[in-house]
Write a protein that binds this ligand. Sequence first.
Ligand SMILES: [Zn+2]
Length: 297
Amino acid sequence: MTHKFIPDCPIPFAGSQVDFAEMERGEARLMEHPKASALLFHKGQVATDGPALLRAAPSAIASLPLMDPGLIFLGLEEDGDPVFAASLTDDSQLPPDSLMDLRMHGHRLTPDALAVAGRARSIFDWHRTHPFCAQCGAKTASAEGGAKRTCASCETEHFPRVNPVVIFLIEHEDSVLLGRGHGWPPGYYSALAGFVSPGETLEEAATREGMEEVGATLSGHRYLFCQPWPFPSQLMIGLVSQAADKTIIVDKNELEDACWFTRAEVDAVFNKTGEAFMRPMRTTIAHQLLRAWLSNQ
Ligand SMILES: [Zn+2]
């Protein structure tokens, strides 16, 4: 089977038109730009205005109580306007019901808004969890518009990281194996996934996870595409993997259930003519992987 599927372009949480503008991050003049704007967050949620993101002038929020590190610089928009983001310590200044949980409702945003909001969310989470230097334990401080943190004691520079995760559709003949975690909504099934461990290739990680979670012997892994997943900072690397047979032994500590679904069943779910399972949300790579699998018969 060959995969020529092109996922939704841009891929959810990717394809931002904002130029990171690395050389200009630390420049104070960007704050004074007449068209500079800032996105607003509170506790990981982003303030929205319909399908767009709510914008405020940086000067208007400078006096509000902000979470560390204050305003972060996200980059320059297509017309050169600087865009920042800030995480408010309380939401009393925001319009009612403007905060959005990106994980649950991100599909309501435009693709570009989703991408830039996801990036900012990931960066804020990194700042929140890295107040101290991993080398010496002293306090760190944000630098270059939030692009890094530096330690005043040992001068180590710390940068935001992304964590690689393999997410793989297990295929055998004309069926695909999906699993569901404990506590997921009833009927919701998705592709299996796991973090890549030190010393592993992507293929080795998928093989190990397949054996651990469902006792499947996997081979023939093929890379399709990847997707940022800012909850908090994963890079989801999508594969299709071949199972030696349909025998599975579900590790009930890891999964509540795993089940084979035929192509006809998956097709019916995506065409809303069948209910064999509840499909993954559109903003997930699992949704895109299943669409890719369906498009390659
Ligand atoms: Zn240090």
